[in-house]
Design a protein around this ligand. Sequence first.
Ligand SMILES: [Zn+2]
Length: 115
Amino acid sequence: MNKILNSIKLYTAADIIEAQLVQKLLASEGITTSLKNENLQSGVGELPFVEMWPELWLLNLRDLDRARQVLNEFVNRNVASDWVCTICNERNPGSFEICWMCAETSTDDEDNLTA
Ligand SMILES: [Zn+2]
């Protein structure tokens, strides 16, 4: 084990909103992260444009596996594929949980909803 490496870059977010969302999500799992480049984007107009995105750095390497799992779930949820309503056959974007046409829920989540 390399003891010098005590934090690791976990995720590069598209914007500060996403970075904070992911950080919150990880925190809810007990995973501590540090947000870098956060301040660069608040100074819009003062700084010349630089390609700096907010970065989440993992502080405890032992959280790495769990953190990656949380990130995977987050990313997959964002890019969820379209689904077709079983009631009206209308196509819905993956980000919709309820059919825009008839308000039927996506079948993927049915098990969770009936609890
Ligand atoms: Zn429908």
